[in-house]
Design a protein around this ligand. Structure first.
Ligand SMILES: *Cc1c(COP(=O)(O)O)cnc(C)c1O
Length: 345
């Protein structure tokens, strides 16, 4: 597929690494039925640009290019208090000489602190222009539009980016990732039997799926819900994948059966820790020096581990875990991930 007709800024040089996790795969296999498990690899999208980058870097390559084409001077976006998406959007704005404002949804009351650690600290260090904090359940689109309207009254021009950068244009970032992955697999003669990815605002999962379908690739993608169980998450991913496919002019209906997500690993609530996440974060750190985060990648890896133990994967299948980033929020949950603060489920 030719993505070159969509304007794109580049924030990463080259492809992100594809690495095997042999020590982890061996330890995991010992806990799988019959002592045989998947051969796990990781795609290091935590090493994307706009350091410490993550999946939002890929979406922003297309979104920011559109903002610049429209003559915007300010990026406006929204997220949860420890939002990687807000932080990476801000980093892109800085690079492009734009201003940046956020609307933060306090999904957990009292969880945003201007003097807090992790991403909160980085918002200030990178020089966010203004943050509006709204309570859980607020209409985020309306709140961002208010910010944009206020800027317009001052003669400025805002470009509003939806939560997680997950619209059709942002999803193109993961179409590009799908193509990058296929090219890497071709160059290195590695094929993957399945992909495991975190599934939240759905641009990553939906974009990847649209990218595979557009290339006639049938590799199954398993999304691990980070905030919703399948009944709610799958329609969201399906809509996103279809929107991306339509933007690409693929002229195809995304099969509903191609959208698969797993629930049960994000509880008790989005962004709140559980013991399975703590186990996954510690395991990958101590076995592969791979740093996961407590909100997304730790829970996603907990899902991979749980599925493996339950015999979900075919013994010996080659599994690709997509690492989507999130490093800074590790520093907002230090006691929890070290096991010094007990967490119950
Ligand atoms: C936003 C985010 C996700 C979820 O990706 P979506 O495209 O919103 O589904 C996963 N991991 C990290 C680290 C994120 O910041």
């Amino acid at each position: 597929m030719d993505l070159s007709r969509f304007p794109r800024r580049r924030y990463t040089e080259g492809a992100t690494p594809l690495e095997p996790l042999p020590r982890f795969s061996a330890e995991l296999a010992a806990q799988c039925p019959g002592g045989r498990g998947p051969e796990v690899w990781v795609k290091r999208d935590d090493l994307l640009g706009l350091f410490p980058g993550g999946n939002k870097t890929r979406k922003l390559e297309f979104l920011v290019a559109d903002a610049l084409a429209q003559g915007a001077d300010t990026l406006v976006t929204c997220g949860a208090p420890q939002s990687n998406h807000c932080r990476i959007t801000l980093a892109a704005a800085v690079k492009e000489g734009l201003k940046c404002r956020f609307v933060i949804e306090e999904r957990v009351p009292g969880s945003y602190s201007p003097t807090g650690g992790g991403n909160h600290f980085m918002f200030r260090l990178l020089g966010v222009e203004a943050i509006t904090v709204v309570p859980a359940g607020s209409d985020m689109a309306a709140a961002m539009q208010q910010v944009a309207d206020a800027l317009a009254r001052e003669g400025r021009k805002a470009y509003v980016i939806p939560g997680g950068g997950s619209n059709a244009l942002g999803g193109l970032g993961y179409v590009a990732c799908a193509q990058e992955l296929l090219q890497q697999g071709f160059e290195r003669s590695i094929g993957f039997d399945r992909i495991v990815v975190g599934s939240g605002s759905s641009g990553t999962h939906g974009g990847l799926l649209a990218g595979f379908l557009g290339n006639r690739v049938r590799t199954p993608i398993v999304g691990i819900g980070v905030s919703r169980d399948p009944a709610e998450q799958e329609p969201l991913v399906h809509r996103e994948a279809q929107a991306v496919a339509d933007l690409l002019g693929l002229d195809l209906q995304v099969p509903r059966a191609a959208v698969k997500t797993i629930g049960g690993y994000w509880q008790p609530k989005y962004s709140l820790p559980n013991p399975m996440m703590v186990e996954a974060v510690q395991w990958l750190a101590r076995c592969e020096a791979l740093l996961l985060d407590p909100v997304y990648t730790g829970k996603t890896m907990a899902g991979l581990i749980g599925l493996a133990r339950a015999g979900f994967f075919v013994p010996g299948e080659r599994l690709l875990y997509l690492h989507t980033g999130g490093l800074p929020s590790l520093f907002a949950y230090q006691d929890v991930v070290l096991g010094d603060t007990p967490v119950d489920r």
